[in-house]
Design a protein around this ligand. Structure first.
Ligand code: NAD
Length: 279
């Protein structure tokens, strides 16, 4: 079975594997082993964050795997507490130290935090990090079009990606369209809707028709839409299952049926309302 993971070009000439392994809520003490399982299964893209508190385990797994650094794609994200310019730079230094790396592939502002009002300042710090070469690309997470418009107007680097909530119950089409229009790759977080969408009978039907699992069908839907995904699982068999999505294809009808499940239902916070800076 093919597990060849395609890469998508980013707007700065780098590229990103379209499927990765996400480690939100992976306990720090289990992170090393699970990320190592993912790397051994064939994942080459890991999505972590300062606020997940498991960068050290990600770094330990990378070291243990012994893969060439240029075959790996590592993303981390700025802690909400550190939007102030110097604090952002210092937080980035700590990330590299925790990860045991001399650069990451992608560094994101995790949330815009409108009540804090400093995401443009934070973006300035990310631009400096990008120019220093210690992150190969920079981007945003949970940015709505009106947040991105400010970055485009006041910054000098166009975000390479925007990572937002997307799954069959929440298509987030407006943000996807804005990203596409501005050559920003969309990354879909909680691509499986944290597992909740997988009971849907439409997904069960399509999965049965293709001899796949509902999770594989949902991940395949994201990939055919052109988004980047990094499902999380703490179960080794599911970590491997989630990789096996590149040797079958959903029809136009299947795609439309899954897109039609959109209920406008978020699992996470609305980016305009999320202002939590607790660490
Ligand atoms: P997800 O949609 O990836 O769902 C994970 C859950 O789905 C698992 O805990 C498990 O219960 C279930 N699952 C996984 N594989 C399965 C399979 N094959 N069969 C059946 N059930 C399966 O949810 P997530 O972890 O919230 O999102 C994925 C990643 O997105 C995170 O780990 C993180 O990297 C990123 N993320 C980013 C943000 C952000 O604000 N930027 C927010 C949430 C998540």
């Amino acid at each position: 079975m093919s597990t060849e993971i395609p890469s998508l070009p980013l707007n700065n000439g780098t590229s990103i594997p379209q499927l990765g392994y996400g480690v939100f809520k992976v306990p720090p003490e289990e992170t090393r082993e699970l990320v190592l399982t993912a790397l051994e299964a064939g994942y080459r893209h890991i999505d972590t964050a300062q606020m997940y508190r498991n960068e050290r385990g990600v770094g330990e797994a990378i070291a243990a795997a012994g893969l060439p650094r240029d075959e790996l794609f590592v993303t981390t994200k700025l802690n909400n507490a550190f939007h102030e310019h110097d604090a952002a730079l210092e937080a980035f230094d700590r990330s590299l130290e925790e990860l045991g790396l001399d650069h990451v592939d992608l560094f994101l502002i995790h949330w815009p935090l409108p009540a804090v009002g400093r995401f443009v300042e934070a973006w300035g710090a990310l631009e400096e990090l990008y120019r220093s070469g210690r992150t190969r690309a920079i981007g945003t997470s949970n940015f709505q079009p009106h947040h991105l418009r400010r970055i485009l107007a006041e910054g000098t680097v166009v975000p390479a990606v925007n990572q937002v909530e997307i799954h069959p119950w929440f298509g987030n089409e407006e943000v996807r369209a804005f990203d596409a229009e501005h050559d920003i790759v969309t990354e879909a977080w909680s691509p499986l809707g944290r597992g909740r969408v997988l009971e849907d009978p439409t997904l069960a039907r399509i999965a049965a028709e293709h001899g796949r699992t509902p999770a594989q069908v949902v991940l395949r839907w994201h990939v055919q839409r052109g988004d980047v995904v990094f499902p999380k699982s703490a179960t080794p068999s599911r970590i491997r299952e989630n990789l096996e999505i590149f040797d079958f294809e959903l029809s136009g009808g299947d795609m439309a049926s899954i897109t039609g499940l959109d209920r406008g239902e978020r699992i996470g916070s609305h980016p305009d309302e999320m202002n939590n800076t607790g660490r």
